[in-house]
Design a binder for this molecule. Sequence first.
Ligand code: ATP
Length: 458
Amino acid sequence: MPNVKKLDILKPIVALCKRRGFIYPGSEIYGGFANTYSYGPYGAQLKKNIKDLWWKTFVEKRSDMLGIDGPILLHPETWRASGHLDGFSDMLVDCKMCKSRFRADHLIESYGLQAEGKNLGELTQIIHKDIKCPKCGAKDFTEVRHFNLMFHTPMSKTGASHEIAYLRPETAQAIFLDYKNILDTQRVKIPFGVAQIGKAFRNEITPGNFIFRVIEFEQMEIEYFIREADWKATFEAWLSEMLLWCNLIGLKKTHYHTEEHAQEKLSHYSKRTVDIVYDFPFGTSELYGIAYRTDYDLKRHQEYSKINLEYNDLEHQKKFLPHVIEPTFGVDRTFLALLCDAYEEEELESGEKRSVLHFSPKIAPVKVAVFPLMKKEELVPVAGKVFRTLQNNFTCEYDDGGAIGKRYRRQDELGTPFCITIDYETLENHTVTLRERDTMKQERVPIDNLSALLMARL
Ligand code: ATP
């Protein structure tokens, strides 16, 4: 086995993502646009694989789940009802000297001081008394104030305030808005869940750590509608499902953990929240979350829309507002955790180095690469034929340029689990070499068995 070196991995991962076309900085030719990223060809495919597997696992394979694709722009009243207009804010403080901007609670906690449960005045006092700007060292801060994280945009040329629309900061609310349509048009019985994958936007005060905290990101969310009495058991069941998902996508069990939110840290709508945190290179931080939202959202939307949102339980002759368990998953944070988990720089016995992404074959962007050993006219058509056949079932890549070793290294960096080489022996006995990414072992396999063999291993 190769000697595995542990590194400070975020820097080489960011470099690899750019070099190989996973993730590019946003708007680069204009000098960049802070905290935006573009997913390149391999990144887009990896993201799609994550979302497809999630949808298959939580929607297609379950009979108690339905999927929707709601709009990003919802009626502005939605955000008043949900509490986001009043409550979806962070506490902000600026350094007057260098104009750097900080989240007040993070700044205070970085000094080992307590920020939780304090009001704006108390936080201002602590900062003015005890804290220096981490950027310039000055002790000259503004007052701490609330900063709403929702992006907004005028809907008309007049820009009147009642015509302001908000870019959704979470996908969840679209599900609550469609809940009645689902009850009316689908044959659902409680318990049932609605899932959605889509973009969300947050004007984060301190974005950073690559794609960990960005202003535009994707979420995969579930609102699971239940009877109040079942909330504890349902919460535990969904938490287990989420941990199984972490295992399914190939994250190492020792790298993710659960963290219960203290009562005073709970969001305005939640009675219990547990985060699944991941050991990122910059510290252990939230990957996913699960919250018991009670009947808060449906109650508020019923009140603000004046539409009855009760569930009619014919079996028990009862009408009631369902309660909700919400498992939520970030696509971009999944992507980053997968990269951190999979990345390794190895020193081979030959002394040569290789960087490799040990992606699970389930989510790897390219499943199989096909090479002719050399760009010779006897080998190229055979390799082309193998490639076209495999393309029907797998994401495949064809490469006939350069030394074979270099082609293997390139695929290792993309996380491709299998490479197939067509050589002169292929012309004699109709077999190819199948090389496995992690062990680098090669075996000879009949061309006719290739598809079935790969299908079994992917
Ligand atoms: P944090 O405490 O890190 O700000 P949060 O608790 O506000 O996160 P949620 O509101 O629970 O996050 O959002 C659900 C999921 O969406 C998170 O678990 C995370 O995976 C993802 N997410 C939230 N904010 C961002 C962001 N700014 N960039 C990328 N992903 C995000």
